[in-house]
Write a protein of this length. Structure first.
Lengths: 165, 165
């Protein structure tokens, strides 16, 4: 999955089943989190009108428009044991698990960055009625990939330091 | 990998080959990043004295002492195209890929949180001669797992909202 995953930004018209979306979220929920606080929540978006609205929230969010579904990953800042300085790390690990599970399900997906860019966060918060103590973190656009290009290797040995920097 | 992964904090005496460590880092480098900036770098730590030093940098870093190796994930803030507000997300996706690849290699691993806790970050920076523009982000303790318990499911359907929050 790790070496097959790449960002997929255009999708076919084929529907994505609720079961597959549940599997993606199930994978997200298996992520590690500081103190195992599991601060994540999710909004699943299927309505075409809502997909279009999200696609306009940032110039980088356009792939949302032709996606079949979106998973919005949220962070609950009032969750028991949540370690606030590390909530971004928890939610990123969760998001990455979802992207990888998409590969396992034969789907394509792309991580659309929202947090901590203020206007993007506010747009999501207002549109989806997200309360103040819940952070709108990332949006994952999901569908069946229109193209099937192989991902390129990003390996670069010059980035590895042995023993000391 | 996603459903088999769990945090492993105690390790056997079996050595971990350099090839396996390279595979873990190769997986880390395949992570998505904002603008594909790939801001990660890595320090691989093998010396017992250094493992012990890291284990004392925080009360949560103790698993470093009995690990075979550590991978310290760093963020280069001067990397071309780096999107600073999202560098934590990039480095977390990278760290998560390494944890998952550890499962694929038959290894155990645990993510030790450092950034942005100031004293932990400073301890790493000083000990490993990490320059100011490089963020010491996370430490991954790696070895062969001493126990082989099955991970528990964390699925919780009450965290899924449909359409709106």
């Amino acid at each position: 999955m790790i070496f097959k995953r790449k960002s997929v930004r255009s999708f076919t018209d084929e529907k994505v089943s609720t079961d597959k979306i549940k599997n993606l979220i199930r994978a997200g929920m298996q992520a590690p989190s500081a103190f195992n606080s599991q601060p994540w929540e999710f909004i699943v978006v299927s309505d075409k009108k809502d997909l279009k609205a999200v696609s306009k929230m940032s110039r980088y969010a356009r792939p949302a428009e032709n996606a079949q579904k979106l998973i919005i990953v949220l962070g609950n800042t009032k969750r028991d044991n949540v370690v606030m300085p590390m909530i971004q790390q928890d939610l990123s690990a969760c998001t990455q698990n979802i992207l990888l599970q998409a590969v396992a399900e034969g789907l394509g997906a792309v991580w659309l960055g929202f947090y901590p860019i203020e206007d993007r966060v506010n747009s999501l918060r207002q549109y989806f009625n997200i309360p103040e103590h819940i952070i709108p973190f990332s949006v994952i656009a999901i569908g069946y990939p229109k193209e099937n290009k192989e991902p390129e290797s990003r390996y670069d040995e010059s980035k590895i330091h042995l023993g000391k920097y």
